[in-house]
Design a protein around this ligand. Structure first.
Ligand SMILES: NC(=O)c1ccc[n+]([C@@H]2O[C@H](COP(=O)([O-])OP(=O)(O)OC[C@H]3O[C@@H](n4cnc5c(N)ncnc54)[C@H](O)[C@@H]3O)[C@@H](O)[C@H]2O)c1
Length: 332
C-alpha cells in the first residue's frame, strides 16, 4: 500500500513511522503547502517526492491511499477527491465540521468502493486498551459513570493559526480536544448520547472557544462529564471510568489503575513508545479495512462525535439541554 500523506504537521512523524513499521505499507509521497515542512517530512519518509497541491499527488500514480492530516474544513474536499481518484482514505479526527460533510464523505467513499476510516487514536492508546480489556472481562460489572478531564492550550500562538478560525477548524477546544474526550467517553460508556448540556468559554480574545464542559446522558443510562480547560496550572489527560465494583483510571502519563474497595492496583504502566504504538495500530487497522475488515472505529461513531460537538455548541449558545435525536426531527 503506497500511502500519500497530506499535511506534514504535528503528528506527521507518527504516521510516517507507523507505515515504516508495518509490512505492506510505505509512505510514498508527501503533500504540504509549506515546502520546508513537506521536505522535512519527505526526508523522514526516506526521500519521497513532495507535492504542493494534493490533486497533483492524487494524479501522480504514486499513491494507492492517503492520510488526510490537514485543517478540519479541508477534510471534505480532500476525502471526496481521493475517493474520486480511487484512493483509500484515513482521515484524521474530527471526521469533518458538519454532519452534511460527514455524510458526503461516507457516500463518496462508498460510491467509489474505497476504504475509509477516521483516526480516532484513543481506541489504539495502550492505556485505554488495558482499561477496555479489564472492563470487558466483566470483573467490575457495568460502567455507570465516566468522567474525563483534559487540559489543553488555546492561547493564540500556542498552535497553528487555523485552529483559531471557526471556518477552518469548525470550533475550538471542544471540536479538537473535546472530540478525543467524546470519542473515548462514548466508547467506554457503551451507548449513544441522547441529551447534551454544555457550556463554553471564550478567553484570550479568540474567535473559537478555549474551554468547555459537556454533560451527556447515554441511551443506556450512563452519565458522562467532560471538561476541557486551557492553560491550567495542573495538566491532565485523565479518565475516571466508574464501574459497579470499582473505578478505573486511564491516563497516558500515569497508566491504567484500578481501585476496588479501598485497594488500588496498577493494571498497566505507561511505556515511552505508547503514542507511536497507537499510531501504528491505527494504521494497521486501516490496512485491514482496505483488505475488507470492519474498522475498529465505526464511521457512525465518528459521525456521532461530530454530532455531539455541534450539539454542545448549540447547548452553550441556547443555554439549554439538547435532545440529540429530537433536534434533527425539529430541524427537518
Ligand atoms: N490524532 C491525534 O492525536 C492528533 C493530534 C494532533 C492533530 N490531529 C489532527 O490532525 C489534523 C492536522 O492537525 P495538525 O495539528 O497536524 O495541524 P498543523 O497545523 O500542525 O499541520 C497541518 C499541516 O497541513 C498543511 N496544510 C494546510 N492546508 C493544506 C493544503 N490545502 N494542502 C496541503 N497541506 C496543507 C499545513 O501547511 C500544515 O503543515 C487535524 O485534523 C487535527 O485535529 C490529531
Amino acid at each position: 500500500m503506497r500511502i500519500g500523506l497530506i499535511g506534514a504537521g504535528a503528528v506527521a512523524d507518527f504516521h510516517i513511522s507507523a507505515a515504516h513499521t508495518l509490512e505492506g505499507a510505505e509512505i510514498s509521497a508527501i503533500c504540504d503547502l509549506d515546502d520546508a515542512v513537506a521536505s522535512r517530512a519527505a526526508a523522514a519518509a526516506g526521500g519521497v517526492p513532495v507535492f504542493e497541491d494534493y490533486r497533483d499527488m492524487y494524479a501522480s500514480g504514486l499513491v494507492d491511499a492517503v492520510v488526510v492530516n490537514t485543517p478540519h474544513a479541508l477534510h471534505l474536499p480532500m476525502v471526496q477527491d481521493a475517493a474520486a481518484a480511487g484512493l483509500h482514505v484515513l482521515v484524521e479526527k474530527p471526521m469533518a465540521t458538519s454532519l452534511d460533510d460527514c455524510d458526503a464523505m461516507v457516500q463518496a467513499c462508498q460510491d467509489a468502493g474505497v476504504a475509509f476510516t477516521v483516526g480516532h487514536i484513543q481506541h489504539f492508546m495502550p492505556d485505554k486498551i488495558a482499561a477496555r480489556e479489564l472492563i470487558d472481562s466483566g470483573e467490575l460489572g457495568d460502567v455507570v459513570l465516566v468522567r474525563d478531564y483534559r487540559s489543553t492550550d488555546y492561547r493564540p500562538g500556542s498552535r497553528s493559526d487555523w485552529f483559531f478560525s471557526k471556518k477552518m477548524a469548525g470550533g475550538g477546544a471542544l471540536i479538537n480536544i473535546g472530540g478525543h474526550c467524546l470519542d473515548r467517553c462514548l466508547w467506554f460508556g457503551g451507548g449513544r448520547a441522547t441529551e447534551v448540556f454544555a457550556s463554553t468559554a471564550h478567553r484570550f480574545d479568540t474567535e473559537v472557544e478555549t474551554d468547555g464542559n459537556i454533560a451527556l446522558r447515554l441511551d443506556n443510562g450512563v452519565g458522562v462529564s467532560i471538561s476541557v480547560v486551557s492553560d491550567p496550572p495542573l495538566k491532565s489527560d485523565t479518565m475516571f471510568i466508574v464501574c459497579e465494583k470499582g473505578v478505573v483510571v486511564a491516563d497516558p502519563r500515569r497508566g491504567t489503575l484500578l481501585q476496588v474497595d479501598g485497594a488500588s492496583r496498577v493494571i498497566r504502566e505507561p511505556q515511552p513508545d505508547d503514542i507511536q504504538s497507537a499510531f501504528t495500530a491505527q494504521m494497521k487497522d486501516f490496512l485491514s479495512v482496505v483488505a475488507g475488515d470492519e474498522p475498529e472505529v465505526p464511521l457512525e461513531h465518528a459521525r456521532h462525535v461530530v454530532e455531539l460537538v455541534l450539539s454542545s455548541y448549540r447547548s452553550s449558545l441556547e443555554k439549554r439541554t439538547i435532545d440529540v435525536e429530537r433536534q434533527h426531527a425539529t430541524a427537518s
